[in-house]
Every structure is written in C-alpha cells, then in structure tokens.
Design a protein around this ligand. Sequence first.
Ligand code: ADP
Ligand code: MG
Length: 263
Amino acid sequence: PGEHTGESAGAGPTGGAGAAGEPLIELRGVNKHFGQLHVLQDIDLTVDRGEVVVVIGPSGSGKSTLCRAINRLETVESGTILIEGQPLPAEGKGLAKLRAEVGMVFQSFNLFAHKTVLQNVTLAQVKVRKRGRAEAEAKGRRLLERVGLAAHEDKYPAQLSGGQQQRVAIARALAMDPKALLFDEPTSALDPEMINEVLEVMRALAAEGMTMVVVTHEMGFARSAANRVVFMADGRIVEDRVPEEFFADPRSERARDFLSKIL
Ligand code: ADP
Ligand code: MG
C-alpha cells in the first residue's frame, strides 16, 4: 500500500481532501472499563491516511472494543479520539455521518435480511448521504460489480454464501465514500474456502490507498497488506510495528506466546 499513498490523496478511493500520511484516526490516552475490567488501557494509536493497520491479539484483549470505540458504538471514559483532528460527535446526526465516514464491517455481516442486495447497498446512500435513488442505485451497482456480485443484486442475504454476504457488506460500506474502514474479524465466520474471496477485496482496497483498521487472525493478510501490526493483550497495545519486524522478531513474551499458538 505504501507505494500507492501518493494516489490516495485527493480524488483517491478515500475521497478525502487531505494528503496521504496525515493522521486520520488518532486515539490519545483512551481508557474504558466494563465494570472492574479495564478493557482499554491508555491506548495511543494513530492511523495515517492510506495506512493499513492490522490489529491482532488473544481473545478478550480489547480488539473489538477498540474498533467499536473508534466508531462510537462504545463510549470511552477518558482520553480523546479524533477523526481528521475532530473529536467524535456525542450524539444525533453527527453519529450517522461518522459511521458513514468511518465504516465498519463486522464478523456477522449485519446485512438487512429483508432487503435485497441492491437495497442493502443503496438505502444509507439515500438516507444519510441524501442521494437520489437513481444515483444511489448506479453507485450501488458499480460497487457490486467491483466485489464480483453484479449478478446477485435482486437476491436476499439468506440466498447468498457467507463470503458473498460479506462482500455485500463491504460494498455497502464503500457506498458511503468512507474516509476509513474498520474490519472486525471479517472472515472469522466464513467457511475456509470463502475466506480468500473476501481477503482479495480487502487487498484491492488496501492497494488503492483505503485507510483501514483490520482485526484479523489471517496472518498472511497482515504480512502482505499491512503497513503496521498492532498487538494487543489485556487492553493494552503491547507492540506496534511493521509486519516484517514483528513476525521475525516479536519483542514481548505475550506476542511470542500468541504467535506460537496461531502460526
Ligand atoms: P476481543 O475483540 O479482543 O476478543 P473485546 O473487545 O470483545 O475483545 O472484549 C474485551 C473484554 O471485554 C472481554 O473480556 C469481554 O468479555 C469484555 N466485554 C466486551 N464487551 C462487553 C460488554 N458489553 N459488557 C461487559 N464486558 C464486555
Ligand atoms: Mg473481538
């Protein structure tokens, strides 16, 4: 992705006005508890425009909570979270706009079950982005084509495989012209033979300069597509390094232990 950062400025797929290499997502001193559990501990993390940051770590280490906090699906107790230098909106209309601009793709797809594929990629364009129906459908069709699902626009989610549903979810997020995308274990619910078709779409986005935070156990993706690997354990960022260095020489005992279990 690094080679493409020049192209991602301005009219690139992120659609943003800023230049590659500027901070897009910033967390400073972020803390959150669930009861006694200190689930995010003094989190400092900056994701620059055009960067792909893969977040890994044991189950329960706070990866999902981190993503959800960036999208304000969870509130935090202290610290600041900034998108393009602006604090997250507290409530109201600002939240829908935030979630359009920082899209999220979930493990469980979260498509609208009673809407067709085309409606899934069109609805929020009309409601949140205030596009006309024809414009929204045209854009939706372009994106379905891009994720290889042009032939399926009239189907309902239940008629698609998991890999196809997840590609619709990615197209739906892209339809909002997001500045960044968050992926929370996007392939963990998929049968093995469908994992690659989703990773391929994500690799293409990364190569085009999309800013991405990706929680995943797919270490091949981390090695090939990430600019940085963030390793979390017990609510803390333990390592934040370029993938080659992290995989060749994890510094922390926690990371060495984690890698020995999954590789
Ligand atoms: P990960 O995604 O790394 O597996 P999570 O961010 O989902 O971790 O969860 C971190 C910890 O917080 C876990 O121990 C989990 O059980 C707990 N947790 C997550 N969500 C809630 C919640 N809404 N209420 C209480 N505890 C939660
Ligand atoms: Mg999780």
